[in-house]
Design a protein around this ligand. Structure first.
Ligand SMILES: [Zn+2]
Length: 113
């Protein structure tokens, strides 16, 4: 499963950071997931349970922060929120090639001790 390898990498970053801070426990871990990232939040939660087992993150609260897709229209000179994966500006109908948000897939915060 795609999400397991993503979660594995994300947890690695978290564990390294915890080690760097001299922590022995991860309490909370938040991941920022864009709606265009192709990741299914439920699958990510499941993946977290799998990869966090027997690590210092096993008891951690896992949270997902969803980031809505946002594009920029060069024609209207403003941002818009596409309703679909086809980024057509709702104001003028121009196809946007600039995606500002929505592709995020990153660790956004970590609480350790
Ligand atoms: Zn437009």
């Amino acid at each position: 499963m795609h999400e397991v390898s993503i979660m594995d990498q994300t947890l690695d970053i978290a564990l390294n950071e915890a080690t760097r801070q001299g922590a022995s426990q991860i309490h909370r871990l938040t991941v920022r997931v864009g709606t265009l990232s192709g990741v299914v939040p439920d699958a990510l939660r499941f993946a977290f349970d799998v990869v966090a087992k027997d690590t210092i993150a096993e008891q951690a609260k896992f949270e997902i922060e969803t980031v809505t897709a946002r594009c920029y229209c060069q024609n209207c000179n403003q941002d818009f929120y596409p309703e679909d994966i086809i980024f057509v500006c709702p104001h003028c109908g121009t196809l946007s090639s600039q995606v500002l948000n929505g592709k995020e897939l990153e660790l956004s915060s970590l609480e350790v001790s």
